[in-house]
Design a protein around this ligand. Structure first.
Ligand code: B12
Ligand code: SF4
Length: 479
């Protein structure tokens, strides 16, 4: 049986990775399950949990002797991903090397032009494309005509037609969690949930988000058409997670979980019946008080809302199109039913943001008092409207992709009013002012679900403090 290796490169999150801990690479587990269903033997190498070295990857590939190797990269991981490809190219000159993920989706041709060790890029959802690519390679054929790819032919890069999204997404096999060494994932967290405490996995019950937020790269892969999985398939996955892997907590990873009220009721019930606690990400304008009450009754312990800004002018400009009143309501309702609240904020999410807009974000943050506030620097991921806006105004300073992080790097862009250093300083000031107050610390301690969480929160406070203090010196000089 032909073997195929998929690799997740090392995390680029530096110290902060110790706050969030490694999540299961569910995207790759879907690819592995689909390969298996089509007669291939998938192998997963995860350098978020294993220590990376060129020697290690070459040794493992030598042992497995695969038909091809695929590397999965977010934009800031692309250099780390290419380093892997370079090492493999040197050691195995004729081994086909593929790249996939959000960066290759946005820039399939440019990725191959910039990173010569890759033979082909897969754009968009990868399940069907990867099977077709591997079948061609197994049969000794080239990739001409394989929709959803860019590849090299006759010394040129050829970009094929887009592949339509997977219509029967609900029919995909369940993610191949059996390929994970579970002990290496001690219980992943999302912001505001303790890592390493509850055995956790991530479950998608739908793909796609219909909203047009200018800074968001999500719909590039999963599209703006929402596709829901059948309730049976979700129940089967939850059952397997609990009975086979002892999962206690689920991060529901749908792009906007509450996009359909009826659906939320069905899925919440399935989650509740499976006995896990769970959390989700969503928007403030797609929840109601009753919905949040029912979610809490079925084990939802945390909701993260994309708040983004306290300035309604910015919320419009970023096409988030929610109001401060909706934000206040959503946080009030969630709190009323005992749900831990997380809020995602952005500084520099639009090129015209002003210091006054940032002040409004600060005041809203202190007004709604989320249990956890996540402040990101608006990052122009390729393919987003934000990227196009900054490029058009000549505000992209360079393309050092490793800097395209929401945290911990000096941005490779600026906005009309803010330099890269300003963006870093404002981000860190907002974080410091919000978290490092006695009232917040006291509330955090009171809201712990178990004393087992204490070491996690202590570690987070320490890592967070180091992070904001680095900011006061300017920015992260090492990057
Ligand atoms: C879960 C998640 C994480 C997890 C890690 C998940 C993982 N698998 O490694 C955590 C929380 C750690 C994380 C961190 C970050 N994330 Co994140 N994350 C997500 C999230 C919510 C879901 C990922 C997912 O499973 N998607 C669903 C599947 C279907 O899509 P997919 O991942 O793109 O995979 C499909 C295809 O791309 C393709 N594919 C992927 N890899 C490969 C490889 C090969 C060989 C092939 C053939 C195909 C292929 O097939 C897959 C299945 O169809 C997405 C949002 C989203 N909905 O995608 C953001 C998202 C991927 N994250 C994003 C970002 C920016 C980050 C960070 C850089 C943020 C930061 N801190 O600065 C960090 C980077 C961390 C690092 N490792 O260095 C961006 C990526 C944009 C970009 N161009 O890079 C996204 C799209 C969200 C956004 N803000 O717009 N993330
Ligand atoms: S930020 Fe949230 S609501 Fe907006 S497009 Fe992305 S996933 Fe959808």
């Amino acid at each position: 049986m032909a073997r195929v290796v998929l690799i997740r490169p090392p995390s680029q999150m530096g110290d902060l990775v110790r706050i969030v801990s490694a999540q299961h690479p569910v995207n790759l587990l879907y690819l592995c399950a689909t390969l298996r269903e089509h007669g291939f033997e998938p192998h997963l190498i995860d350098y978020e949990v294993d220590a990376y070295s060129d020697e290690d990857v070459c040794r493992r590939i030598d042992e497995i002797a695969p038909l091809c190797v695929g590397v999965s990269c977010f934009t800031p991981q692309i250099l780390a991903g290419h380093r892997i490809a370079e090492a493999l190219r040197k050691a195995f000159p004729s081994l086909p090397l593929l790249i996939g993920g959000p960066h290759a989706t946005a820039l399939p041709r440019a990725t191959l032009e910039e990173f010569p060790s890759f033979d082909a890029a897969v754009a968009g959802e990868g399940e069907e494309t990867l099977v077709e690519v591997c079948s061609r390679l197994r049969d000794g054929r080239d990739l001409c005509g394989v929709a959803g790819t860019a590849h090299r032919a006759g010394g040129r890069v050829v970009e094929e037609a887009e592949r339509p999204r997977i219509a029967a997404y609900g029919d995909l096999p369940l993610p191949a969690r059996d390929l994970l060494e579970m002990a290496k994932y001690p219980g992943a967290a999302k912001s505001g949930a303790a890592a390493g405490v509850y055995r956790t996995t991530q479950v998608f019950t739908a793909r796609g988000c219909p909203f047009p937020c200018t800074f968001c790269a999500i719909s590039l892969v999963t599209t703006r058409t929402v596709r829901f999985r059948g309730a049976d398939s979700v129940r089967r996955e939850l059952g397997e997670c609990v009975s086979r892997y002892g999962i206690e907590h689920v991060n529901v990873h749908d792009d906007t979980f509450t996009v359909s009220a009826k659906r939320v009721a069905d899925v919440s019930r399935s989650l509740g019946e499976s006995g896990v606690t769970w959390d989700c990400d969503t928007r403030v304008d797609t929840v109601t008080e009753e919905m949040l009450r029912d979610m809490a009754a079925h084990g939802c312990v945390r909701v993260a809302f994309g708040v983004e800004s306290g300035s309604e002018r910015m919320l419009k400009a970023m096409k988030k199109n929610v109001t401060r009143a909706q934000i206040r309501d959503a946080f009030g309702w969630a709190r009323k039913y005992g749900i831990t609240t997380s809020a995602y904020f952005i500084v520099g999410g639009h090129p015209d943001e002003t210091p006054e807009d940032v002040d409004q974000t600060r005041s809203l943050m202190h007004e709604i008092q989320p249990d956890f506030a996540n402040v990101a620097i608006g990052t122009p991921y390729p393919g987003t409207e934000l990227y196009a806006q900054l490029a058009e105004r000549n505000l992209l300073l360079d393309r050092r992709w490793e800097r395209f992080m929401l945290y911990d790097r000096l941005p490779a862009w600026r906005t009309e009013r803010f330099s890269p250093e300003d963006l870093v300083r404002m981000q860190r000031d907002l974080i410091r002012e919000y978290f490092y107050r006695p009232a917040y610390v006291w509330r955090r301690l009171r809201k712990m679900r178990s004393w087992r969480e204490l070491p996690y929160w202590t570690r987070s406070a320490w890592i967070g403090l180091r992070y904001v203090l680095k900011g006061r010196e300017g920015y992260v000089a090492s990057h």
